[in-house]
Write a new protein. Structure first.
Length: 261
């Protein structure tokens, strides 16, 4: 597996599949690249897909130090540099969407088109999950069952026994999980959002309470040249359960850039 060297020397594992214009896929909090496994093939005929294991996850280095969504964005740049990719489309979901915001703010020349899925601008200005959800997730014995209910509809779960790829990297050391949680909780890109220059698509499930759907219109109103599309009935893992809606929407948005090229 190839690695990129981050600014601080941490080794960031990355994965490349498919051919075409580069598309970077950014996973959720405490997850590695396998987050995208169920839907990655949807993009590979038209795009070279690039993913990475966040520091603290998968095969990447796991330093016990402060993590931040802004620093995670620097790790993405390190991967692009290692691949010799000057610019790419960026698709980030959940915490990956928070990282994608910083990437578009701090390195606009590296971002062609931006897709933000089931994410928010941060707790200071965005809409956060309820205290009841936070308390339920704090019980290790119930975390997976609570997450599944937040990610998928009961009907879908009844017909899909797994494996599930959105429940976090089980190999993560406890300190790294804590570092990821703090990084996501402290995210606040509000002041930088109006400076994003990349055309932006925002996707969100109407029934998402993990990252409340009100964040979609909030982001769309804050980012210039952005629009929101809501996926009816979807929860947090809209990109998986509702892939027949979500993936074509992303491909159409990204294809619009190629049509004008």
């Amino acid at each position: 597996m190839p690695f990129a060297a981050a600014i601080d020397g941490t080794q960031i594992a990355y994965q490349v599949r498919g051919e075409g214009q580069p598309l970077v896929l950014l996973a959720g909090q405490s997850n590695d690249h396998t987050w995208w496994d169920p839907v990655r093939m949807d993009f590979e005929e038209q795009h070279q897909t690039i993913s990475l294991d966040w520091r603290g996850t998968g095969s990447s280095g796991k330093p016990d130090e402060v993590y931040s969504t802004r620093a995670f964005a620097q790790d993405v740049v390190a991967v692009l540099d290692a691949l010799g990719v000057n610019s790419a489309h960026i698709y980030g979901t959940s915490m990956g969407g928070r990282v994608a915001q910083w990437l578009a703010i701090d390195a606009p020349e590296r971002v062609d088109r931006l897709v933000l899925g089931c994410t928010s601008p941060g707790a200071a200005h965005g809409y956060e999950r309820s205290q009841e959800i936070r308390k339920a997730l704090a019980d290790p014995a119930k975390t997976d069952s609570v997450l599944l209910d937040l990610m998928y509809t009961p009907a879908w779960l009844a017909n899909n026994a797994g494996p599930y790829y959105v429940l976090g990297d089980k190999t993560m050391p406890p300190y790294a999980k804590g570092r990821h949680l703090v990084a996501s909780n402290r995210h606040d890109a509000w002041d930088g959002l109006p400076g994003i220059t990349a055309p932006t698509l925002i996707l969100h499930g109407t029934d998402d309470v993990f990252s409340p759907v009100a964040n979609a219109e909030l982001l769309a109103g804050r980012i210039p040249n952005a629009r929101a599309e809501l996926i009816e009935g979807a929860r947090h893992a809209y990109f998986h359960e509702f892939r027949e809606v979500a993936s074509p929407a992303v491909l159409a948005f990204l294809g619009a850039a190629q049509d004008r090229a």
